[in-house]
Design a protein around this ligand. Structure first.
Ligand code: NAP
Length: 175
């Protein structure tokens, strides 16, 4: 199983603008890239907060092409929203979750935030690649890319302009 973190951030490293939840700050170029990129993943994982922000949008876009798993401490609270194989809620540890998904035959997992989930996955050594969109913005404050202390070295795989001002940087995590 390969795990790739996909996120869009300001140049100064924030995945939300100040205290505004969601990703309204991202460019059309990033939205296009994100939709296209997600097509290459057969499963994805996100945290409860990210799910609650994107919930209405997400629930209209479920498909059998990708299993979405929400990590939450209260999976039972979402029983009515669960669609096995498409939208699942789990309270197992990150390593167990990735192992379980691999055992079910999934191969490419997109880690879709937010900062707490990024931290959990990095601390467990579960992230293989990062695909980071850097928007030409400075926020000074907001939700950081990572909510936990980590010490990770990366190798740059590629850098690409998604538009005149927006960059896509792909990194591999050095083991
Ligand atoms: N710019 C981007 O690319 C991007 C990407 C993703 C998200 N975002 C934004 O980032 C914000 C959310 O980030 P966040 O860091 O606040 O939250 P988050 O990582 O999305 O979710 C945190 C939640 O995950 C669950 N969780 C955390 N650790 C867990 C564990 N060990 N076991 C089980 N569940 C666990 C809990 O859910 P429960 O509370 O349900 O228990 C916790 O409240 C949102 O505003 C979102 O829109 C931006």
């Amino acid at each position: 199983m390969r795990v790739t973190l996909l996120a869009a951030q300001s140049l100064d490293g924030f995945i939300t603008k100040h205290d505004q939840a969601g990703t309204d700050f991202t460019s059309e170029a990033d939205k296009l890239h994100f939709r296209k990129a997600l097509g290459g993943f057969d499963c994805s994982v996100m945290g409860g907060e990210t799910y609650r922000v994107a919930r209405d949008f997400l629930r209209t876009r479920l498909s059998t092409q990708r299993c979405r798993v929400v990590l939450t401490r209260s999976p039972e609270a979402y029983a009515a929203e669960a669609v096995p194989g498409q939208l699942e809620f789990s309270n197992v540890g990150a390593a167990t979750l990735v192992k379980d998904l691999a055992a079910r035959g999934f191969q490419h997992c997109a880690l879709l935030g937010g900062a707490q989930l990024h931290g959990l996955f990095f601390q467990a050594g579960l992230v293989d690649e990062l695909w980071i969109t850097v928007e030409p913005l400075l926020f000074g404050q907001g939700t950081p890319l990572l909510a936990k202390r980590v010490d990770v070295r990366l190798s740059l795989l590629s850098s690409e302009k998604l538009s005149a001002d927006t960059l896509l940087l792909k990194y591999r995590v050095q083991r």
